[in-house]
Ligand binder design. Structure first.
Ligand code: FMN
Length: 402
């Protein structure tokens, strides 16, 4: 079996592996990014910065979890920009490139006027940033000054403005690649992706956090996290957003011919492979690092390497987009082939969860005998698969051909 090489090229930038630290608190200082690089991350997109004329004040606390604790299904934040403005961030880019010349250092930027975008981009390029990520998808709002307000709360919800801002950034960036980061909060993300291409963007990063409200405090009646009695909409990230991120990557990959950076809910090498299969060239991680630290990179890269080798692939690039052909419209998936649930009596712990779910959420096809043994009525079972999802014992229930 050949050895796989994890190197990839993203927007012309060579990466030692496909894993980048996403623009977020994990990339807010050169010291943190340096530790990430030492752990093995191929690059980082430094936390979004702006022009000093822009107000940037953060209210704390700024995080609330869905199912907080070790499972942490999703993380909600009301974080805004880095508290370092452009010049300080450029100093960090210079330091990081001097100390880690073979790693990719990107800088995420957010402006409000054409002049500001151009100044921010020029400074980042002069500092030696390998790529610019245009942040036009922050759920706390991303705007342009003047009459041209986006059709939505973010520039990336408006195709015309997305194209315009992409062009401003690309014109100022010259040969430095401009990647545009998109929000999933749109009716049709392919329209926005096409606008990026039209505006001259070199790549697309998807997804930014999903605008949401993670919960409401039952004492103060304010959305979480409660800040002095009030709350606000925030950005939702982590495990729970992976399905949305995968769908966006697949949609964009099918619509435009641009390199994609997949981000949203990547915790394991299996997650990473799924993003590659649906069209991502490289991958970014934020919440998993916030939860488990920079050290997760070894599991991500070792797992990806082993999976590639086991499949006879020599590089991640060989599998990019290979799953897209299997993604079809609903009417095109094979219909009418009967499958039924099969319960392994040795593994069954008699909890009855499958019986209840089937009785009240499906087709009343699983009976619960006196001895707490679940039994499938193969005639009544339509093969929906709900029982497999609720069973707490891995492998106990399987769907088999009738
Ligand atoms: C606390 C926090 C702050 C973030 N700040 C930024 C930011 O400044 N710029 C940006 O482009 N994305 C920002 N993000 C979004 C992440 O880069 C990423 O797109 C999102 O978290 C989804 O990936 P994940 O599920 O791996 O966290 C932030 C995310 C979190 C959790």
């Amino acid at each position: 079996m050949g050895k796989a090489d994890l190197q990839v090229t993203y927007c012309g930038v060579k990466l030692v592996n496909p894993f980048l630290l996403a623009s977020s608190p994990v990339t807010d200082s050169q010291e943190m990014v340096a530790r990430g690089f030492e752990a093995g991350w191929a690059g980082a997109v430094l936390k979004t910065t702006t022009h000093p004329s822009e107000e940037n004040s953060i209210a704390y606390p700024m995080m609330a979890g869905l199912d907080p604790g070790s499972s942490l299904v999703g993380l909600h934040n009301t974080d805004l920009l880095s508290d370092r403005y452009i010049d300080e961030m450029c100093e960090q880019v210079i330091w990081l490139k001097a100390h880690f010349p073979e790693r990719c250092v990107g800088l995420s930027l957010m402006g409000t006027t054409r002049a500001q975008w151009e100044e921010l981009v020029r400074k980042a390029c002069q500092a030696g940033a390998d790529l610019i990520e245009a942040s036009i998808s922050c759920p706390q709002g991303s705007m342009v000054e003047g009459d041209e307000q986006p059709d939505g709360r973010m520039i990336s919800q408006d195709a015309r403005l997305t194209e315009k801002v992409t062009r401003w950034a690309k014109t100022a960036a010259g040969r430095t690649p401009v990647v545009v980061k998109l929000s999933p909060g749109v009716t049709d993300i392919t329209r926005i992706a096409r606008a990026v291409k039209q505006g001259g963007g070199d790549g697309i990063c998807a997804i930014d956090s999903i605008e949401g409200i993670v919960g409401v405090d039952l004492t103060s009646f304010a959305p979480l996290p409660v800040v002095q009695g009030y709350g606000t909409r925030g950005g939702y990230t982590g495990r729970a957003v992976k399905p949305v991120a995968l769908r966006c990557i697949a949609d964009i990959a099918g619509a435009v011919d641009l390199p994609l950076s997949g981000v949203g809910g990547i915790y394991s090498w299996q997650d990473a492979v799924q993003f590659l299969l649906l069209g991502a060239t490289c991958l970014q991680v934020c919440t998993a690092v916030m939860q488990h630290g920079f050290g997760i990179i070894s599991g991500l890269s070792d797992g990806l390497c082993r999976w590639l080798e086991d499949g006879g692939f020599s590089s991640p690039a060989e599998v990019v987009g290979r799953g897209l052909g299997k993604l079809v419209q609903h009417e095109a998936i094979p219909h009418g082939i009967k499958v039924v649930a099969s319960i392994d009596t040795e593994l069954c712990i008699g909890c009855g969860l499958c019986h209840v779910a089937c009785r009240d959420g499906a087709h009343q096809a699983i009976f619960f005998k006196q001895d707490r043994q679940a039994v499938v009525d193969r005639q009544a079972c339509v093969g929906c698969g709900l029982c497999v999802q609720v069973c707490p014992v891995p492998g106990c229930i399987q769907m088999v051909n009738d």
